[in-house]
Write a protein that binds this ligand. Structure first.
Ligand SMILES: *Cc1c(COP(=O)(O)O)cnc(C)c1O
Length: 356
């Protein structure tokens, strides 16, 4: 056991498992890096974080989150810059969002030192796990779990904060075919749609597997009152280029996850001089724009896929096809721009890149 400069106790593995990863064929989520960071919250305070070998946890079957889903997570990525140094994209924004999720789920907030500096230290230790190939990255997964050994219903008092990482290969995003959901609901005002709570994903499994069987890739979630206004696609934020404007649902209603990629895209579009409207956007308005030839491009945004072009939208039995993706100026430019910043190939003028 050593104590690093950051003061984080570190117990390194004797033998790395890095040889288990084939750099030319990285299977996302199949292999986890050698180490993980853990910190426990008890009696109202956070204990000191430690970096330990990635291993199974021993938890009582009565552990709170197994039963009641008091659990949140984040998704962040680290990249290798042109000099081979690991860099992390906007982890401070993920930290802020993690704490917003924590407050809504009656969980303790974590300090920036724990979340961001802990992450930097972990990635420093496992820096060989950040892949170098084209479009590859290290996916970083912080989680916060309620771990009281008690099945009575009440907010827990003990929590585990954990960061694990996994190498990610190129994300082949063929343009996605979208089904507009008018039965199930993802998020409601006053609900937890704006959080990265585990339950938001649990509830999406059935609706998503149903539309996949029907031949679609993702759901376009709509509001729960009328199924009229657009919320998100799958677990991504969504943008439509209508005429010469970009339109995305606003995040003021608790129903939309404030994506870090969404925010980055809005910033880059505005700097490019493109008008971005954050507002209610109805399915009818999209249909109308499609009819008039004004629906030019559409895409989802998220850390995993970055920018996912939408090939077609289906509402009931009506399919709206978009023009061929190769011809999309805005989306293709954005994708390149964002990727240049993430991989440190372009000067970071926004303070988005955090060095390890
Ligand atoms: C994580 C997530 C996103 C994307 O957020 P990013 O910060 O861009 O990765 C969008 N919608 C939902 C529901 C999410 O959980």
């Amino acid at each position: 056991m050593m104590v690093s400069e950051t003061g984080i106790k570190t117990n390194k593995v004797e033998n790395s498992r890095i040889h288990e990863v084939d750099p030319s064929n990285i299977q996302f989520g199949k292999t986890y890096s050698d180490h993980m960071l853990v910190a426990y919250y008890e009696d109202g305070v956070w204990g000191k974080p430690e970096v330990i070998p990635f291993a199974n946890l021993a938890l009582s079957p009565a552990t709170t989150f197994f039963h009641y889903g008091q659990a949140i997570f984040e998704g962040v990525k680290a990249y290798k810059d042109p000099n081979g140094n690991p860099i992390i994209f906007r982890p401070n924004d993920n930290w802020a969002r993690f704490n917003r999720s924590a407050r809504r789920m009656a969980m303790p907030e974590v300090s920036r030192e724990l979340f961001v500096d802990g992450m930097r230290h972990l990635i420093d230790i496992d820096r060989d796990w950040v892949p170098t190939g084209e479009d590859t990255s290290l996916y970083i997964r912080p989680v916060l779990l309620a771990i009281d050994e008690f099945i009575g219903v009440r907010p827990a008092e003990k929590f585990l904060f954990l960061i694990m990482t996994s190498p990610a290969g190129p994300y082949y995003n063929h343009p996605v075919s979208i089904y507009v959901q008018d039965k199930y609901v993802r998020a409601f005002p006053g609900g937890i749609g704006f959080t990265k709570a585990a339950g938001n994903y649990g509830m999406s499994m059935l609706p998503t597997s149903q539309i996949k069987k029907m031949g679609y890739d993702q759901i376009l979630w709509t509001d729960g009152f009328e199924h009229k206004y657009v919320q998100e696609i799958g677990t991504m934020n969504v943008f439509f280029i209508i005429g010469d404007k970009a339109i995305t649902p606003d995040i003021n209603q608790d129903t939309i996850l404030a994506g870090v990629t969404r925010d980055s895209v809005i910033t880059l579009l505005r700097e490019k001089g493109i008008t971005v409207e954050e507002r209610n956007l109805s399915i009818d308005e999209i249909s109308e724009a499609h009819k008039n030839g004004q629906l030019k491009e559409a895409f989802g945004t998220g850390t995993a896929a970055s920018i996912a072009p939408i090939a077609a939208l289906t509402i009931h039995d009506v399919k709206m096809e978009l023009p061929p993706v190769e011809t999309w100026e805005v989306t293709n430019w954005l994708k390149q721009e964002l990727s240049n910043i993430r991989y440190g190939r372009k000067e970071d003028t926004h303070g988005w890149i955090v060095k390890v």
